[in-house]
Design a protein around this ligand. Structure first.
Ligand SMILES: Nc1nc2c(c(=O)[nH]1)N[C@H]1C(S)=C(S)[C@@H](COP(=O)(O)OP(=O)(O)OC[C@H]3O[C@@H](n4cnc5c(=O)[nH]c(N)nc54)[C@H](O)[C@@H]3O)O[C@H]1N2
Ligand SMILES: Nc1nc2c(c(=O)[nH]1)N[C@H]1C(S)=C(S)[C@@H](COP(=O)(O)OP(=O)(O)OC[C@H]3O[C@@H](n4cnc5c(=O)[nH]c(N)nc54)[C@H](O)[C@@H]3O)O[C@H]1N2
Ligand SMILES: [Mo]
Length: 642
């Protein structure tokens, strides 16, 4: 006898696929796409079945562990949580800011709002600020639109030209693939703009590979060509925008030759793209996260927003500059409880190593859930050292990864197959159910149960509530708009307040009600000229962030290098080389890539430091200028013979 449970993938991915878990007895035997879901419509990516294997992986940690004299030993939940609670009590009495709570990106479900609420109910403990994912885009689009709201994927079907700008859908955006296919079948254009020759190149009808980080210059060049052809949306620019004159000045500051030089593109290719855009309106500009990882990302994204305005894409059906959704949108944010402590200490997540080093008073306890900062933060060697120095470290997770290895207390978390919850997405606006397919394996506990248990130890009677009661409180804004928790649990629902094509009335939630154009330009100047290559550490198709099953970990990382450049340096395929940045070095085997740009190398992110495979030993910790994001790609490297 088998049954099918409707659930959804909670992993850190814009697709948030609705799933059917097939359960036989008490075991999940397969995960397939839910054919009734309007988002993935039955499709799933190749990583999906791996989540079943991940849940049952023999190396998954299923019992609490306490470290003494450098060795982990199994403990009961009661002992482990007593230890954690005693330490929290001791530090609360001394100075709450000595406790740091770090919430990672591994699971961003509705109930996760309660994690930080727990700490907020206790006192002004330190938390993190900034983000290692999409901060710059959010910050930039908040400036332009007043609020970042993207077009629904289904609306892209109304476009005649889809531009994938710094996005790699073959690897990261399954839900875009049928849209791309349909557009091409209808004879429409799909353009890819990515300095890396990625797996997604075959999807496109036209590709441009600009110099990494130079996209603002490309956007401005395209806008100028549209102005010169008198094909701009003058009504939108004059009646619905702030800063038109200043923006126009920036656009005309440089000519095509100069912009082509800055982007290292053939001017004829830029002209071709401008002509395609003018001939195929509405143009949908769909941005990826690669654009976010530069110090001046806000300029890039604002320049692309401006191009959208010039092309008449803003507020147009089939148009838009879409960059993602707010995955906490359906919830009542007051439940985080942050308002209680406006002046509390916040440490920059993107700069955590340095922040911990100089923290005064020093952090004496860190609790980390759903994150692997020891591998995924930039300049990770420094981060690992800084975390290791914290006297008391509590880590909740699934495997003994780089962060878990540093723990004094390890708390085993359930996988989404073992949980009831709700999840929204950063790639669409469909709210999905997490329905428990199997009971927790071993002694694993959901973060929800863990924090309720901790709450009880602190006598937080209003905090300790049944799960569905909390879900109803968290989802209150959505429920008020007519979508019940039961509807979500039965399969899911679109967020009622998010239109397919936003801003059609051309009114924006900015102070003036108008769309803000870029009015100040900063040149994304070349940095670190002593190192030859830009280092792009992008999403690999083989795994997601650092969530790699131990048995599938790579033991040697690869670095993709242009084949001619490799020959010039005397490297052959699979040769071990040293990659050196200003903060670290790493061994990697050379992969010769005939079509890669010559000024960059590519290393996948997510490898583990304990295997010598963590690219973040090379990345510099740099904040984006807007949005407190992480400028991972603001790192240059040289390659040397090993
Ligand atoms: N298989 C797999 N899927 C994933 C992930 C994963 O690790 N593996 N990670 C998940 C997460 S956390 C996220 S945030 C998303 C990210 O989803 P995507 O944004 O699609 O993926 P990235 O690899 O981060 O970046 C996309 C592309 O941006 C390009 N890029 C970098 N710099 C520039 C630039 O200056 N200009 C332009 N035009 N392009 C640039 C890179 O070469 C890369 O191909 O994917 C999610 N999905
Ligand atoms: N060099 C470089 N580094 C990057 C990037 C890059 O482009 N280049 N991109 C960055 C991006 S976009 C992102 S989003 C980050 C991601 O970095 P992190 O936020 O560190 O996320 P993951 O690597 O996915 O690690 C998540 C961990 O949470 C655990 N986990 C999953 N679900 C739960 C749960 O419910 N409870 C608990 N307690 N644990 C759980 C998993 O087992 C895993 O150990 O990495 C960033 N790092
Ligand atoms: Mo991300």
């Amino acid at each position: 006898m088998s049954k099918l449970i409707k659930t959804a993938c909670i992993r850190d991915c814009p697709n948030t696929c609705s799933l059917l878990a097939k359960v036989e007895g008490q075991r999940v035997v397969s995960l397939t796409g839910d054919p009734e879901a309007p988002t993935n419509q039955g499709r799933v990516c190749r990583k999906c079945q791996g989540y079943v294997a991940r849940a049952y992986d023999p190396e998954r940690l299923l019992y609490p562990l306490i470290k003494s004299h450098g060795q982990f030993t199994r403990a009961s939940w009661a002992t482990a949580l007593d230890l954690v609670a005693d330490k929290i009590k001791e530090l609360l009495a001394a100075d709450p800011s000595k406790i740091l709570y770090y919430q990672g990106f591994g699971s961003r479900t509705a109930l996760k709002l309660l994690n930080r609420r727990f700490f907020n109910l206790l006192g002004p403990v330190s938390i993190t600020k900034g983000t290692i994912c999409g901060g710059a885009g959010q910050g930039a689009q908040d400036l332009d639109y007043g609020a970042r709201i993207s077009h629904d994927i289904r609306d892209h079907l109304n476009s005649r030209l889809l531009v994938l700008w710094g996005r790699n859908p073959i690897v990261t955006s399954l839900n875009l693939l049928p849209v791309i296919k349909k557009l091409k079948e209808e004879g429409k254009e799909v353009v890819l703009i990515d300095p890396v020759h990625t797996e997604s190149v075959p999807l496109a009808t036209f590709c441009l590979a600009p110099r990494p980080g130079s996209d603002s210059q490309l956007a401005l060049a395209l806008a100028r060509l549209v102005f010169e052809a008198k094909a701009e949306d003058l009504d939108f620019l004059t009646n619905h925008c702030e800063g038109f004159e200043a923006y126009r000045k920036i656009v005309f500051q440089e000519d095509l030759t100069a912009r082509a030089k800055a982007t290292d593109l053939d001017p004829q290719d830029i002209v071709k793209l401008a002509e395609l855009m003018m001939a195929h309106k509405p143009v949908a500009l769909v941005l990826g996260w690669g654009l976010h990882r530069w110090r001046h990302s806000h300029i890039t994204i604002r320049a692309i927003d401006g191009l959208g305005a010039v092309l008449g894409s803003i507020g147009a059906v089939g148009g838009g500059v879409s960059q993602g959704f707010e995955e906490y949108q359906p919830y009542d944010w007051a439940i985080w409880g942050d308002e209680a402590w406006p002046n509390r200490r916040k440490l920059y997540m993107p700069l955590l190593g340095e922040e911990l080093e100089k923290a005064d008073p020093p952090v004496e306890m860190i609790m980390i859930t759903a994150g692997n900062p020891a591998a995924m933060l930039p300049d990770s060697s420094r981060v690992r050292k800084a975390i290791a120095r914290i006297p008391f470290k509590v880590v909740g997770g699934h495997f003994l990864d780089d962060t878990a290895a540093l723990a004094d207390v390890f708390l085993p978390a359930t996988s989404f197959l073992e949980e009831d919850d709700v999840v929204a997405s950063y790639g669409h606006s469909y709210i999905c159910p997490i329905n428990k397919a199997i009971p927790p394996l071993g002694e694993a506990r959901s973060d929800f149960d863990l924090f309720m248990d901790l709450g009880a130890r602190f006598g937080l009677t209003d905090y300790v509530k049944p799960r569905d009661e909390w879900l109803r409180l968290i989802l209150a804004p959505t429920i008020k708009m007519g979508v019940s928790l039961e509807t979500i649990q039965a399969g899911g629902a679109y967020q009622p307040d998010i239109p397919h094509a936003p801003f059609q009335d051309k009114v924006f939630p900015t102070p003036t009600g108008k769309f803000n154009l870029l009015t100040e330009y900063e040149d994304p100047a070349i940095f670190d000229p002593e190192r030859r290559f830009a280092l792009l550490s992008v999403s690999p198709k083989e795994w997601l962030c650092s969530e790699i099953r131990p048995g599938e970990r790579v033991k040697v990382l690869w670095v993709k290098v242009n084949a001619e450049v490799a020959q010039e340096l005397g490297f052959t395929e699979d040769e071990l080389v040293l990659v050196k940045s200003s903060v670290g070095q790493l061994k990697a085997t050379v992969k010769l890539e005939p079509k890669l740009r010559k000024d960059l190398v590519v290393i996948p992110r997510g490898g583990w430091a304990m295997d010598g495979c963590d690219v973040n030993v090379l990345t510099r910790a740099v904040l984006t200028k807007v949005g407190s994001g992480t400028a991972y790609y603001q790192t240059r490297v040289n390659l040397e013979k090993f």
